[in-house]
Design a protein around this ligand. Structure first.
Ligand code: AMP
Ligand code: MG
Length: 425
């Protein structure tokens, strides 16, 4: 498997930089998370049906026992276990019927039983449910097979949540099951972290909107869609996109406008050290550069800065560099801003074949993964590893993280993997 032949023009020493530069991936992410955690978004109350994927801004305690009353887990007969013969079938008198949501059932008196459906309140006196399949009916007499366990098929009051239990913690992501729990507590609304407002700026003289004809040397602006989708999936409110030329005055004006409208600006392109790369200089002029360049491949020219209280994440224009730096650096920053307390488990896989790495940056390779019969994940890097090749990332399910040191990483070497949003959720 050959390594990526791409060269990035900015991959060279910087003359006396005024801000930290060439950070390791982990240091860059730590710095972003620190800065972002100091700028949390406010909270808002929203209807639970609109809360999927949002982050809880409050602890939630069960307001009452759930279930609120002892009830049946099966369709069958509510009985008193003491009435049953342990070694042979017992004949019980049918006293009545109770259905889920129905009126109060007759009490289960000695020698009697009550027909019951799943979810119906346990009749007074009964302590066990015998499933329908273990009975035979003879008019008003029910024959119960021997062997019923005391307390079988009864759901106790509060066995799911006890009144006062801490059910969900601040920082939890609202999943379908958790929203279901909120509903079971009778809640219609919930306090969540407000979505950070973001403006996306794609920059480059060569960019043309999809649907427009391409002139000489022009390409369609794909980052507007790939990065815009990532932003929306990460839980930001994408308030605006602008496509800009490599022109300092219009870039400066757009950055100033965006910093007034958003808590986060994400740019693509123009952040390397090439002739038409104005962003680092402009940001140093009108704002602050926290750091520039990260020892990763692809994505070395990544810059993190601020204009006033607005974060600026300047991503390299190469489509794969943008996606990789977003997932490795911007997403953890967004999570910190909205106080997401849970990160997905760190996943690892074994390399399906050896990687020969000739540089000293962390490499994020595009790969597919497969789980073998013994539960081991294997990552197979795809052939298209160029930082401009969308096909590689479109066909991949994960990014594989190869450590910084140059060298050979053999078949079976254990690497960290970063799931790509669409493939593994
Ligand atoms: P830059 O980071 O501006 O030097 O751009 C690096 C590469 O990414 C160049 O080949 C650009 O044409 C390409 N590129 C920049 N912006 C975009 C975009 N929005 N969509 C697709 N490709 C882009
Ligand atoms: Mg450019």
């Amino acid at each position: 498997m050959p390594t990526n032949p791409d060269r990035e023009p900015s991959d060279r020493a910087d003359p006396a930089p005024k801000f930290p530069t060439r950070l390791s991936l982990d240091d860059a992410r730590t710095r972003i998370v620190e800065l972002a955690a100091a700028r949390p978004t406010s909270l808002e109350s929203i209807a639970i049906e609109c809360s999927l994927g949002r982050v809880l801004a409050q602890d939630v305690r069960a307001p009452f026992d759930v279930p609120g009353f002892a009830n049946s887990a099966m369709d069958g007969y509510a009985v008193r276990h003491a009435d049953l013969d342990a070694s042979e079938s017992t004949r019980l008198h049918l006293l009545g019927v109770t259905l889920a949501g129905g009126q109060a059932a007759p009490a289960a008196v000695a020698g009697g039983c009550v027909r019951i459906t799943t979810g119906a309140r346990l009749p007074e006196g009964a302590d066990t449910i015998v499933i329908k399949e273990d009975t035979t009916v003879d008019g008003n007499w029910i024959h119960v097979a021997a062997g019923a366990r005391a307390g079988a098929n009864v759901r106790a009051a509060g066995e799911d949540y006890r009144a006062g239990d801490l059910a969900l913690s601040r920082g939890a992501t609202l999943t379908p099951a958790r929203i279901g729990a909120l509903a079971s507590f009778g809640m219609r609304e919930i306090a969540v972290a407000r979505k950070p407002r973001a403006v996306l700026l794609t920059t480059g003289d060569e960019l043309v909107a999809p649907g427009q004809p391409l002139g000489a040397g022009q390409i369609h602006d794909s980052n507007r869609y790939s990065l815009g989708g990532l932003l929306e999936q990460a839980g930001v409110d994408l308030v605006r996109h602008e496509r800009l030329r490599d022109e300092p005055d219009s870039l400066r004006a757009a950055l100033a406008r965006a910093s007034g409208d958003a808590e986060m600006i994400m740019t693509s392109g123009g952040v390397s050290a090439g002739e038409a790369d104005y962003l680092p200089g402009l940001l140093a002029q009108i704002g602050e550069v926290h750091f520039w360049k990260v020892r990763i491949k692809p994505g070395l020219p990544f810059l993190c800065g601020s204009i006033g209280r607005t974060f600026v994440f300047a991503l390299p224009g190469n489509p794969v560099s943008g996606i990789a730096t977003f997932l490795a650096l911007v997403k953890p920053g967004i999570d910190a801003m909205i106080g997401r307390g849970e990160s997905p488990p760190r996943l690892r896989a074994r390399l399906a074949w050896a990687i020969h790495k000739h540089h000293d940056r962390t490499e994020l390779l595009r790969a597919t993964i497969e789980c073998d019969a013994s539960g081991v994940l294997h990552a197979t890097p795809l052939p298209k590893q160029g930082s401009g090749m969308l096909a590689g990332v479109a066909d991949a399910s994960v990014l594989v993280r190869i450590p910084e040191a140059a060298g050979v990483y053999g078949e079976g070497f254990v690497v960290e993997i970063l799931p790509l949003p669409t493939a593994l959720g």
